[in-house]
Design a protein around this ligand. Structure first.
Ligand code: SF4
Ligand code: SF4
Ligand code: SF4
Length: 326
């Protein structure tokens, strides 16, 4: 397989450039990453996604589409043929459900296939927030990561920084294109907090909305009571420092499209790049050049920043594993 340039690569290269060409940034004052991070607050909410209960009905996609007044889709939300292709969230679909065929481990657990919903994870240490140089993305007191289009300058650092490859961009919009992603159905205008339409619409309670701490307790209780049903792993409890959305699964998360990520929060990485950019004049030239190259490469490869090309019908591909390139 030929080597690819991607978001992780740019972060690695950017950090290397920062580390190699400039001293470490000053530690004085509260960092953007520290401001972005509000881990383990009792006020933080989340959603527990139990993939063993998901039936792939796409009601959550439909509810998301309506709540966010997104464009009508070409196919009906009751059309399950779309599950035959692997999809990613886009600027017109903030959440998607993918179907994964069975594997030996899944068959052993009596799960011939698995459905898995994806959206913004509302990270406890959101790298999109720390990467945003104008503060257009902020983490709310309840944990929702929300966006202010009126101050966004369209730099798309957030896209590069997100370890889950979530923020999408309105390339097709000539005037004032926006970054689009799940905002936990929080309303910045009305000042309301997370109120996920998807969870409210789920007929099987595969999505449970609540305080993150309570959801963690619920997930641990399920793991204790049904070791035959679940793998002993709560995805999002510790990945990239923890996320507001938590997942239970009956098979390895790599098999159902969830990225195998380290526990270290990435905002420190993005912040190191930002410090380097603004403190040392030589870095912007190199970094922006590199950034432009990545954008050109990715745009040429994926016009419109849409979902990746599917592989074989009915065999949704799983992204790279821990440490792998995306
Ligand atoms: S919380 Fe709201 S915006 Fe996010 S996936 Fe659910 S319905 Fe969509
Ligand atoms: S998943 Fe990506 S877009 Fe969502 S909060 Fe985390 S870093 Fe930001
Ligand atoms: S509404 Fe619930 S059961 Fe249906 S696809 Fe979404 S998460 Fe799965």
């Amino acid at each position: 397989m030929s080597p690819t340039i991607n978001r992780r690569t740019v972060l690695k290269l950017g950090l290397a450039a920062t580390a190699g060409a400039a001293p470490r940034p000053a530690a004085a004052g509260e960092s953007r990453a520290a401001k972005a991070a509000r881990p383990a607050s009792r006020d933080h909410v989340g959603v527990l996604v139990d993939t063993t209960l998901c039936i792939g009905c796409r009601k959550c996609e439909e509810a998301c589409n309506r709540r966010n007044q997104l464009p009508r889709t070409a196919e009906s939300f009751s059309d399950r043929d779309v599950l035959r292709s692997f999809r990613r969230p886009t600027e017109t679909a903030f959440t998607v459900v993918n179907q994964f065929p069975g594997s030996p481990s899944a068959d052993q657990a009596g799960l011939p296939r698995t459905f898995c919903k994806v959206q913004c994870m509302h990270c406890l240490y959101p790298s999109c927030v720390s990467a945003c140089i104008v503060g257009a993305l902020v983490k709310s007191a309840d944990g929702a990561v929300v966006y202010n289009p009126t101050i966004c300058i369209g730099c798309r650092y957030c896209q590069i920084a997100c370890p889950f490859e979530i923020p999408a961009y309105e390339f097709h919009v000539a005037l004032a294109p926006r970054v689009r992603k799940c905002e936990f159905c929080a309303s910045r205008v009305n000042g309301t907090g997370a109120d996920p339409a998807c969870a409210a619409s789920c007929p099987t309670e595969a999505l449970v909305f609540g305080r993150r701490a309570d959801l963690l307790a619920m997930a641990k209780d399920r793991l204790t009571k049904r070791p035959d049903r679940y793998l002993n792993h709560i995805y999002g409890e510790t990945e990239v420092g923890g996320t507001s959305w938590l997942y239970l699964a009956g098979r390895p998360v790599r098999e159902i499209g969830l990225l195998d990520l380290p526990d270290t929060p990435p905002p420190q990485l993005t912040e190191a790049i930002q410090h380097g950019i603004f403190r040392y004049g030589i870095i912007p030239t190199a970094f922006y050049g590199l950034l432009g190259g990545i954008m050109w490469y990715n745009h040429r490869k994926h016009p419109g920043d849409g979902p990746r090309a599917p592989e074989e019908p009915g065999t949704a591909s799983t992204p790279a594993s821990k440490g792998g390139e995306r």
